[in-house]
Design a protein around this ligand. Structure first.
Ligand SMILES: [Zn+2]
Length: 441
């Protein structure tokens, strides 16, 4: 088992706790918010936020494998360049940031099914790999899929694609040496990307058969992962998993028996705050129940959610210690809004409002102040004078600070032994249905 993670419980309140987690000599406070960084501008924003004293509950960040050549690699290449002004590295702010913050590379293998980032993915593998044929198996898969797309009707393509994806993983699972080479090569890729936690390269799971493959990749990865870094258990699901009771039961059983210290779970396109998702919410709660029980047995265990979207707050109150979303809070692949003033996350509603709605709200306030206390919003004196470029950064920084503030509030409630009040915060928001995820007592 990994020796690289030390978990110290600070405060306990029934089903919730605050901890200090040390990973590779870096210390974070939980509950913790981990930001997914998708481009250079977002990383700059996060570096700026890190200099504020209020950001005690940030400290982890994640990047997807295919974004690394643009987001992380240039910074590392520039780090030896010295600025004439102060004789320090031109990347000094980044280097200072990396000395405190933990980078977690997301293997992102769901994009073997979803096509959104396929080109970026193929290019990144070619750019990052250190040996000529490394991970050719993935490139071949992507090429074959593209070729087929050209040849068959759109209506047939979707079901062919799903079957082809499944076949890829089942073939890999049957051929042990191919699977082992794939896993080894992928861990190398994550290491090249400078990850500080290893995530086994698992498929996106929608059935018990795929779950078995994810399980075997998880156990094999632990036997070959570098000893200098912790290797997590990583489980990646399609959201249909939450309506599949027997799959949930299998996952619960696995989590009960897995001795790994850090477990990371991603459920794609999670949208259980909506009406009609009763069963899905119950199953999400079941997963958190087992996390709570596991932590009771072994306080050194921690759980992290990736792409937890609007469910982040409720997750951080109960099952999970670290939650993560994109820097806008939207965890769905979309081009929407790239050319407009993007919407703003309302801290009280715990939901997005459009830029126009925000403008109306501001006009109603005395002195036309922003309806938020974060240090970014406090700086905005005249919303209608903000440029589109500045707004791009402001709303992201505001969102990360809001998540940091939520984590601080949860932490304070645990210290005050009033964690059940977290249900009230949800009750008064647009996410009232998520109350049921947090125990009453
Ligand atoms: Zn704000």
């Amino acid at each position: 088992m990994s020796q690289n993670i030390v978990v110290k419980t600070l405060q306990n309140d029934r089903f919730a706790r605050t901890t200090e987690v040390t990973i590779n000599d870096k210390v974070i406070q939980t509950p913790n918010f981990c930001t997914l960084v998708q481009n250079e501008t977002e990383l700059d924003s996060l570096i700026n936020l890190n200099m504020l004293s209020e950001t005690k509950h940030l400290g982890t960040y994640t990047a997807r494998v295919f974004d690394v050549p643009k987001v992380i690699i240039p910074r590392l290449e520039n780090k030896f360049q010295v600025s004439i002004a102060n004789l320090k590295s031109v990347e000094e702010p980044f280097l200072k940031f990396t000395r405190k913050n933990i980078l977690i590379i997301d293997p992102s293998l769901e994009y073997l099914l979803y096509e959104f980032h396929a080109n970026k993915f193929a290019n990144a593998i070619k750019q990052l790999r250190t040996e000529p044929k490394q991970l050719d198996v993935l490139l071949k898969y992507l090429e074959e899929r593209d070729a087929k797309k050209e040849k068959i009707k759109e209506s047939e393509y979707e079901s062919w694609k799903k079957a082809f994806h499944k076949q890829f993983w089942f073939n890999l699972d049957r051929d042990q040496s191919a699977r082992n080479k794939f896993a080894g090569d992928y861990l190398d890729l994550e290491t090249i990307c400078n990850t500080e936690v290893i995530l086994p390269p698992v498929p996106v799971v929608d059935s018990e058969g795929m779950f078995d493959i994810a399980r075997s990749i998880n156990s094999f990865a632990k036997t070959i992962a570098p000893r200098t870094k912790p290797c997590a258990t990583y489980l990646l699901f399609q959201k249909t998993m939450l309506s599949n009771d027997s799959l949930v039961a299998k996952v619960v059983n696995y989590l009960e028996n897995d001795p790994t210290q850090l477990t990371i779970i991603k459920i794609k396109n999670l949208d259980i705050w909506t009406a009609g998702c009763v069963r899905q919410r119950e199953n999400y709660k079941k997963l958190m129940d087992v996390m709570f029980e596991a932590r009771k047995r072994d306080p050194e265990k921690i759980f992290m959610a990736l792409e937890s979207w609007y469910v982040s707050y409720a997750s951080a109150c109960y099952g999970y210690n670290i939650v993560s979303t994109t820097m806008t809070g939207f965890d769905r692949d979309s081009e929407f809004g790239s050319n407009t003033f993007g919407s703003w996350f309302d801290p009280d509603w715990m939901y997005y409002i459009s830029f126009d709605e925000l403008k109306e709200k501001v006009l109603k306030n005395t002195n036309h102040v922003m309806p938020c206390y974060c240090s970014v919003c406090k700086k905005i004196k005249d919303l209608s004078a903000v440029s589109r470029d500045d707004w791009y950064n402001f709303r992201r920084e505001h969102y990360a600070l809001t998540m940091n503030e939520y984590m601080r509030q949860i932490s304070q409630a645990i210290t005050d032994r009033t964690i059940e009040l977290a249900r009230d915060k949800l009750a008064n928001s647009q996410l009232a249905l998520l109350q049921s995820l947090i125990p009453r007592q």
